[in-house]
Design a protein around this ligand. Structure first.
Ligand SMILES: CCCCCCCC/C=C\CCCCCCCC(=O)N[C@@H](CC(C)C)C(=O)O
Ligand SMILES: [Zn+2]
Ligand SMILES: [Zn+2]
Length: 453
């Protein structure tokens, strides 16, 4: 059963230096109380990193086996009191669901991992393969003080990982149009990100005698041009090609033929997929206007107008290319463009018969979710703490073992975030199995089944 107390602790991250530190400390105390075996077992070391994050080192019995890592975070995005069926930190249960901020993102993983380990320890289990558990405290505001510090600590200790598993994708049931059965998407990369600040300055003055153009008008026109001119379609140039090829047999005729021949049909397919926001995020670098500020009084022409625009960069593009397109699209020297943050899409993790992590996930998914009809490589459309771990392994995977239905995706960071009791139990079962399945020292034989790889 989900430790409901974890959801009740409002570990909200507003900005990098604006965290609810009281709640973060309480969360640390809470996990010590509810997972006594994890905190007292002789072969498990726990450390607090960056003041609030946790790093667990679980020493396996066979030091020859290269360790792996499970990553999650305890912080959550803010939640308004309105719009929710139940208050976001009440952990209310209703018709088999637990409601609350963090139930999908990402206390389900943080608590789920520790719960699975606690169960194993109570059965006197000791793993053969060592592993690390990282529970970050600031993922929602960059991960620089939590996840990144854990990565740097491990790097300083010379640790190399055989694979790493974080949040960022899931088992999609009815999310991809045309696919009826649930499919597990394990993200092998995540999109890059670029945030720009746009500023326009013009002479202030009385609203009774306005100039032809004001800072607000100039800026509004610039951001509107960005919105009306989406970034180029790149569908088929990144790992989403692999994803749809793997999923081809899930589509009914004639779409299955279309998906098997994306070299020919990708222009057509991308025009269909891009109609929905999640589909559009697979097709191109997305453009999101997120902040717009100007003016202080109805009869004062403001001197300054500013806006923030956030781009999520398609795996086949780089920051520099996006920036060039933005400048060409705005095409107005009065708009000052400054980069607030930028990073390229993450490297693509291996997806082949030699990829230990993939084989272990595949086997565990088939054990725990037998109704899943395909397992395919995907792309994480947001960013995760795992991006700070690229110096420790090239095998980074993003997959939350939870079934997401069409309306669940918008609950993440939205209203009425919830997880069913059954789905949470499945998540713990997955992690319980995964830890044991990771003890193999060589790859399992290819499985004869209809599951895709
Ligand atoms: C053809 C359609 C495929 C659609 C796939 C959609 C799958 C959606 C499934 C899960 C959504 C996962 C959301 C990704 C996690 C993002 C976590 C997050 O919000 N991170 C922040 C980090 C930032 C550095 C503060 C972010 O803004 O990305
Ligand atoms: Zn998250
Ligand atoms: Zn999040």
């Amino acid at each position: 059963m989900f430790s409901l107390g974890a959801i009740k602790i409002p570990t909200v991250a507003f900005l990098r230096k604006q965290l609810n530190t009281t709640a973060l400390i309480e969360f640390g105390k809470y996990i010590q109380k509810v997972f006594p075996a994890v905190f007292s077992t002789e072969f498990i070391q726990h450390e607090v990193v960056g003041e609030y994050s946790y790093l667990f080192t679980v020493r396996g019995s066979d030091p020859q086996l290269m360790p792996y890592m499970l990553l999650a975070h305890m912080d959550v995005v803010p939640a308004s009191e309105e719009g929710w069926k139940f208050p976001p930190f009440s952990a209310e249960e209703d018709e088999g669901y637990i409601y609350g901020r963090g139930t999908l993102d990402n206390k389900n993983s943080a608590i789920g991992i520790l719960q699975a380990l606690e169960f194993l320890l109570r059965r006197n289990y000791r793993p053969r393969r060592s592993f690390y558990i990282g529970i970050g405290h600031d993922e929602e505001v960059s991960g620089l003080d939590g996840g990144k510090q854990i990565a740097m600590l491990l790097q300083a200790r010379g640790v190399k990982l055989s694979f790493l598993l974080d949040e960022g994708s899931g088992i999609l049931d009815g999310v991809i149009e045309g696919i009826k059965s649930p499919v597990a998407l394990i993200a092998v990369t995540e999109k890059g990100s670029l945030t720009l600040n746009l500023t326009v300055r013009s002479d202030p003055g009385h609203s009774s005698a306005p100039p032809k153009e004001t800072s607000i008008g100039i800026l509004a026109a610039a951001v509107s041009r960005l919105e009306k001119n989406p970034m180029p379609r790149l569908f088929g140039y990144g790992p989403e090609l692999m994803m749809f090829e793997h999923l081809a047999s899930e589509f009914a005729f004639p779409l299955n033929i279309v998906m098997k021949n994306l070299w020919l049909f990708s222009p057509l397919v991308s025009r269909i997929i891009e109609r929905k926001p999640t589909g559009n995020s697979m097709v191109r670098t997305t453009t999101a206007l997120t902040i717009f500020k100007a003016g202080i009084k109805f009869n004062v022409i403001p001197h300054l107008a500013s806006a923030a625009v956030n781009f999520r960069i398609h795996p086949a593009q780089k920051v520099a290319e996006v920036l060039e397109i933005v400048k060409d699209t705005i095409d107005d020297d009065r708009v000052e463009i400054t980069v607030t943050e930028a990073f390229d899409p993450l490297p693509i993790s291996p997806w082949d018969d030699q990829a230990l992590g993939v084989q272990i996930f595949r086997r565990t998914i088939m054990d725990v979710f037998p109704h899943v009809s395909s397992i395919a490589p995907g792309v994480c459309i947001g960013n995760t703490d795992s991006r700070h771990f690229t110096n420790l392994t090239d095998a980074i995977y993003r997959f939350n073992p939870v079934v997401l239905k069409a309306d669940d995706v918008s609950r993440i960071h939205g209203w009425n975030e919830r997880i069913s009791v059954k789905d949470y139990e499945k998540q713990v079962e997955f992690l319980f199995q995964l830890i044991q399945n990771s003890d193999i020292d060589k790859l399992p034989k290819p499985h004869l089944s209809t599951h895709e790889l």
